[in-house]
Design a protein around this ligand. Structure first.
Ligand SMILES: [Zn+2]
Length: 240
């Protein structure tokens, strides 16, 4: 095989590793950010429940106060009963006690559903808090793992880039420039193989005469369609 062609095949393999590694590294911050959306939604739903609980507790406190006030009022009314001499006034007085007792009764009744609602909300909040904590812990670990992955991938990438720097010194400048030009315009794939008159870069048919030349691997040949550098190999996974 042509020596420069052999080097280009290896360089493509190195660049494929670099390109994939860079893609992986650049995708991770987005992956990390994607965890925050659902977490934010869970927090906001928890906050709403806490506001509902606070409102229910305030209502209950008001009702308790109202009940106390009514109880006081009834006690005072009853204490005054003996002071009333006039029958008409006495009837009115009894009526007032009766009305106040009814109000007290209805105030006490209205506390029951509030207590039920406070209990249900408190349970719901406790469950949601537990769930949120579990989720937060899980996400924290995932984020740590991903950050570690980035650090590892960046270190590996540095090593490969260093290896590439030494490796390309073996290539003729013209060959290297040619390769880089194709790499840039062909989305990171400049060298592809063919085993059966089909370019593995663009899937187009290679004319038999050109394919015959490629098959010798004696020099650098291009796909007539996509202009990628082609070499012959029975095993299609060799380059890409
Ligand atoms: Zn092609």
């Amino acid at each position: 095989m042509n020596e420069q062609l052999r080097l280009l095949i290896d360089l493509q393999a190195i660049d494929t590793v670099i390109i994939n590694s860079k893609a992986k590294i650049s995708a991770i911050p987005q992956q990390i950010a994607s965890f925050d959306g659902p977490l934010k939604a869970a927090k906001s739903s928890l906050e709403k429940l806490e506001q509902q609980l606070e409102a229910a507790e305030k209502k209950k406190k008001d009702r308790d106060q109202e009940t106390n006030d009514l109880n006081d009022k009834i006690s005072k009314l009853k204490a005054r009963s003996s002071e009333i001499k006039n029958n008409k006034e006495y009837q009115a007085h009894l009526k007032e006690i009766e009305t106040t007792e009814k109000a007290l009764n209805s105030s006490e009744e209205s506390i029951k559903p509030l207590l039920e609602s406070i209990e249900a909300l408190s349970k719901d909040i406790a469950t949601k808090k537990d769930e949120l904590k579990t989720e937060e812990d899980k996400i924290k670990l995932l984020k740590e793992d991903l950050s570690k992955e980035v650090a590892e991938a960046e270190n590996e990438l540095k090593v490969v880039i260093e290896k590439r720097r030494a490796f390309v010194k073996q290539l003729d400048k013209n060959t290297y420039d040619l390769y880089m030009g194709i790499l840039k315009t062909k989305r990171g794939i400049a060298v592809v193989n063919t085993s059966n008159e089909i370019c593995n870069g663009c899937n187009m048919h290679i004319p038999p005469q050109i394919f015959a030349e490629i098959k010798t691997n004696a020099e650098i040949n291009h796909c007539p369609q996509c202009k990628r550098i082609l070499y012959f190999s029975e095993t299609p996974e060799a380059a890409s």
